[in-house]
Design a protein around this ligand. Sequence first.
Ligand SMILES: [Mg+2]
Length: 369
Amino acid sequence: LRVERLVVHELAMPLLAPFETSFGRSEVRRFLLVEAQADGLSGWAECCAMDAPLYNEETVGTAWHVIRDYLAPLLLGRPFEHPSEVSGWFRAIRRHHMARSALESACWDLYAQAVGQPLYRLLGGSKDRIEVGVSVGIQPTLADLCRTVEGFLAQGYRKVKVKIKPGWDVQVIGELRRVFGDIPLMADANSAYTLADLPTLQALDAYGLMMIEQPLAHDDIIDHAQLQRALRTPLCLDESIHHAEDARRALELGACRIINIKVPRVGGLQAAKAVHDVCRERGAPVWCGGMLESGVGRAHNIAITTLPGFTLPGDTSASSRYWAEDIIEPPVVMDPDGTIAVPQAPGRGYEVVPARVARYRVRCEALRA
Ligand SMILES: [Mg+2]
């Protein structure tokens, strides 16, 4: 198989409701879709880099540039026997994992369709349903937060993750425990704290959280190890883990006990499998985080979550969590038991609807070998 043509689409899709984290607030999601074409088939994947370099160093603009000027020339026209080869072609490019992930993941989808297999099975997954959690952004008031969480629990979500930041933390978690009791609950700080906040983070220990995600610096594993020794609650790393070696070092150092695997953050599906394998060998559970993906990114997240080490519910919620109308058919639907059925059709298992892509598209370019 060789990619003959690569189409890069930039979309701007309005979110159903604004999403706020310790980085800021989003109302419209700008992102890239890549479409890798070969033999009359289209492999699709999403580049989830944000507008601004606030989650990591990448942006929609840098991803566009790196894909068009550096990655596409390495991909176009080059034959592969199996998509696991593709990430190696990008090895000379430093970082830009989200841009790399988009092209690599599109090749997996393309190949899965060519061989008539569902993507999840090609990746080595075996579950036919995945468990789903929901990520809740920072809300204007505690009452708003409780109303929002109540709605999601009623829909069946199996894990509630709330975003925290200094001043929106212990009181918030305490209130959720008071109102909702012993629900599966976790907090994500997106690096909003330092070791000077140890008393606050230790106060969270009283609430039996499943984990606290990335409390300290985005590029740290040393201070996280010190913090983990001072807490009962497991720490989970997100931003600090860029590849399997980071995962190995963090686990060996005791910087966390759980890892949030985001396929784009680590550079693609092959890399995500490698992080999964390192964690599994060391008995550390993993789960799949989200980046406000459209249905295309969501489909890839569902596929990777079928691997056996993904034992905790992920953030891959239903399309309706974020979008009035997703760009795929059928939309991702969560059943009332808080699970999503893994599609059994070849490839990603959800059809991309061209008219909807066109409706939200703001820029598009076709690249050839
Ligand atoms: Mg996170």
